[in-house]
Design a protein around this ligand. Sequence first.
Ligand code: HEM
Length: 223
Amino acid sequence: MNGNSYYSRKLHSLLGVIPLSLFLVEHAITNYTAFEGGLEGFNRSVSFLQGLPLVLFLEIFGIFLPLIFHGVYGLYIAYQSDLNVGRFGYGRNWAFALQRITGVITFIFVFWHVYETRFQVAIGAISHEELGATMHQIFSNPAMIVLYTIGVLSAVFHFANGMWSFLVAWGITVGPRAQRISSYVWMGVFVIVSALFLLSIVAFRGDEFKEAADAAAALISIG
Ligand code: HEM
């Protein structure tokens, strides 16, 4: 590894944690407010985020640019690495292979997902208040539920397993005992964060969001 690629790798690893992991957990909690607080709870979370000072700056420098660097450089790493699962078929090698596979799936999922949500707001096709109705429309298609479930599980696995590797790579969990405990912790985090996302899918399919989607459709047909 030459000096440049050493620093690129370190930057790639650090951006995966700050800010991308923080964003993923925040995003799971925001979506979960649809399950806990219904349409009103979800709209409150969206307007809270929109009311943050310098929100566009935070989105560009805290989400999109780190996501593009981490994603594109991550694809380059995945392309270069030898998957090796056949030769060493034990736990950590599987995790290593899955880290790369879920990275590629997450990359594709996020592009498409941002296109149907944030991008639609950016071009003025929908407003922030209509996001709940949009999510209902998306999840009224069973194929979308399957694709979102794959996208969510890939992204959350990539995050939790990535955190495990990050702690090893940065010398924080050094011995086998620390690494074993860390794997239990991140498995727990994987289950909780996945559950938050999946419960939000259940919520967006509910009656309250259906009424919002019907009302939005009625407005479009009048307009
Ligand atoms: C059940 C699963 C999910 C639902 C219901 C969901 C919903 C949403 C919604 C409604 C928005 C628009 C937010 C706004 O403009 O205020 C959004 C944006 C976004 N989502 Fe998701 N999302 C899900 C999973 C994911 C996953 C797994 C990722 C992976 C990283 C992700 C990444 C993003 C990104 C990067 C944005 C743009 C962020 C921003 O500008 O605020 N989403 N999502």
